[in-house]
Design a protein around this ligand. Structure first.
Ligand code: ATP
Ligand code: MG
Ligand code: FE
Length: 335
């Protein structure tokens, strides 16, 4: 069974092909990073227009790389939410057109579920009960996948998403866009314990997190040095900021897993590409005797293979979408 997956929810036009739920056949990404970089963030109208231009050539390339044609594909899967409404509409409209023209089933995929389910391409079937930490540009949540195959939200950020915090602080430090990878790089030359930034809600018994206070603390720290006429060590700032985010995510996720009897942890979303987050989870899960499933870096950030993988699961379960499939910019992960 071959599933074509189309992703246009944000700023990557991405298409992938997955065979029999677990085998990656192709994964092609046309990134818009350079288009949005001058604005320091994604401009929705610019994104939608760029998806329109890039989508058909990206689909062609993904099919060529997979060594198949549209007629060989068993279903067309597409991200229908959450994301930017105009950007989502481009992908969903194209998927409907392909499904109709080639008489293929259409499948609507939840982008956040897809971030989690992409792990099956490298780790095989995701065996419940497990905890998934979804840390991306727009979301930060801890969910549990139960024996019934359903996701249940355990906790979430009450303000900024982790990726958003990385991007905002990077911009403040004068680093490039997107900021996550820049901070990751700079932090390698810094001391993660140099500056004691706050870990909000760490002692709170629930699994929610808050990251906006951390952001403010970094800004305040830099302003204080500036007022005193001192030069900050930006590598130390990056490393200490990153460590605060990672500490909170590791703490909350491992506690959720322990409390809820979850046996393994999946890291998902763009921030799961962070080298420190990956290293700290490897260490903590090792100590706690929890399994850890981490996608390779290109499968953490937005891609088409994740949509194809999630779509393949839905196809296997018989969950097809009608041709009236709509988009939902606020589609939740669980529910
Ligand atoms: P969402 O999935 O919530 O809809 P999105 O699709 O825009 O949002 P992703 O592509 O999943 O987000 O993730 C992008 C985010 O990941 C950006 O905020 C980016 O800075 C961050 N990111 C990417 N690589 C790293 C890294 N190495 N360290 C930290 N953050 C990173
Ligand atoms: Mg992106
Ligand atoms: Fe994403």
């Amino acid at each position: 069974m071959l599933v074509l997956g189309i992703e246009t929810s944000c700023d990557e036009t991405a298409v992938g092909v997955v065979e029999d739920r677990f085998t990656l056949r192709s994964n092609v990404i046309a990134s818009q990073v350079e288009l949005h970089a001058p604005y320091g963030g994604v401009v929705p109208e610019v994104a939608a227009r760029a998806h329109l231009e890039a989508l058909l050539p990206t689909i062609d390339r993904a099919l060529v790389e997979a060594g198949c044609g549209l007629s060989d594909v068993d279903a067309v899967a597409v991200t229908s939410g959450p994301g930017l409404i105009g950007a989502l509409l481009v992908g969903v409209s194209a998927a409907k057109g392909l499904a109709l023209a080639h008489d293929k089933p259409l499948i609507g995929v939840n982008h956040l579920r897809a971030h989690v389910e992409v792990a099956q391409l490298e780790h095989g079937e995701l065996e419940p009960p497990l905890a998934a930490l979804v840390v991306s540009g727009g979301h930060t949540s801890i969910v549990a996948l139960g024996e019934d195959g359903r996701f249940r939200q355990l906790g979430a950020t009450i303000d900024d998403a982790a990726g958003e915090a990385f991007d905002k602080i990077a911009r403040f430090l004068g680093l490039g866009y997107p900021g996550g990878p820049e901070i990751d790089r700079l932090a390698r030359q810094g001391d993660p314990h140099a500056i004691a930034f706050p870990r909000a809600m760490r002692a709170d018994p629930g699994y929610d997190v808050s990251l906006s206070g951390l952001k403010t603390a970094v800004v305040r720290y830099l302003r204080r040095l500036e007022a005193a006429g001192q030069e900050p060590d930006l590598a130390d700032v990056a490393a200490s900021f990153q460590e605060a985010i990672v500490d909170v995510q590791v703490d909350k996720t491992l506690r959720a897993a322990a409390d809820q009897g979850l046996e393994r942890v999946v890291l998902a979303g763009g921030v799961a590409a962070n080298s420190r987050l990956r290293a700290r989870f490897a260490e903590a899960c090792g100590q706690a005797g929890l399994g850890l499933l981490v996608p390779s870096v290109p499968l953490c950030t937005d891609n088409g293979a994740m949509v194809a993988a999630s779509g393949a699961n839905l196809l296997a379960a018989g969950h097809l979408a009608p041709l009236e499939l709509g988009v939902d910019p606020n589609l939740p992960l669980a529910g």
